[in-house]
Design a protein around this ligand. Structure first.
Ligand code: C5P
Length: 227
């Protein structure tokens, strides 16, 4: 399930982020190509910005990828829940379209890790944090400094046992607007989640500046890497 229903407001592109051109392709096309190339992925569901379902379907078709398109929700987790309605496999990989640098190998690695551990509910790509992280009050007074060596920046792809993710989403249906990733819901539901270390460069495109960094990194990729 590729969540691509964000408005892209922070990017200031004047339209949905999924269509913003990055290194010669729409942002979403990079993730679509990676999922298409991943051996562990059987079918792709793209969650589209409201009213943009046809345009997303056309974008996938132009890339030669057959995908199911689901309508976006009010919040990210609601979008994921909408996408899940089209999933009938035991495992589901959730990915943010805002991360165009995802590699097929990373997708396959998280899936294999979950397949290899029957007692685990999910496996997430994450990177060790480079900054010292502070927890602060709303008035920005520092409350504490967690030990950095144990902190990770959660990214996507995140793979889950589909049934557990579904249950976690419905158990926390009233709080979906606060969930910034899917693993947090699974954790609160009691599911064990493992971290799989991702390459530092799997950045999330949020601002025009990060978009430029992503362009540089993607331009450095060989054109055959994904095709
Ligand atoms: O805004 P945020 O950084 O949380 O967005 C992460 C991902 O979730 C993006 O790929 C965005 O397209 C997607 N999203 C979504 N539905 C929403 C909000 C965000 O699919 N309502």
């Amino acid at each position: 399930v590729i969540a691509a229903a964000g408005s892209g407001e922070r990017l200031g592109a004047g339209g949905p982020k999924a269509f913003v051109e990055v290194a010669g392709r729409p942002l979403l096309a990079w993730s679509l190509a990676a999922f298409d190339a991943a051996a562990s992925v059987g079918a792709i569901v793209v969650v589209a910005p409201p009213g943009e379902e046809k345009r997303i379907g056309d974008l996938a078709a132009e890339a030669g990828i057959e995908g199911i398109v689901a309508p976006g929700g009010e919040h990210r987790s609601k979008s994921v829940a909408n996408g899940l309605l089209h999933v009938d496999t035991e495992l589901v990989v959730v990915h943010d379209a805002a991360r165009p640098l995802v590699a097929p190998t990373l997708i396959d690695e998280v899936v294999m890790r979950l397949q290899g551990d029957g007692g685990v509910a999910g496996v997430i790509a994450a990177a060790p944090v480079a900054d010292t992280i502070k927890e602060a009050s709303l008035s920005r007074r520092v409350l504490r400094t967690p030990e950095r060596s144990r902190l990770w920046g959660a990214q996507t792809p995140q793979v889950f046992r589909t049934g557990i993710l579904r249950q976690a989403l419905s158990a926390h249906a009233g709080e979906l607007e606060f969930a910034t990733d899917d693993a947090s819901l699974v954790e609160r539901f009691g599911g064990e989640v493992l971290i799989h270390e991702a390459p530092q460069q799997t950045i999330k495109v949020t601002t025009p500046r990060v978009l430029r960094v992503a362009e540089l990194l993607l331009a450095g990729r060989s054109s055959t890497e994904l095709d």
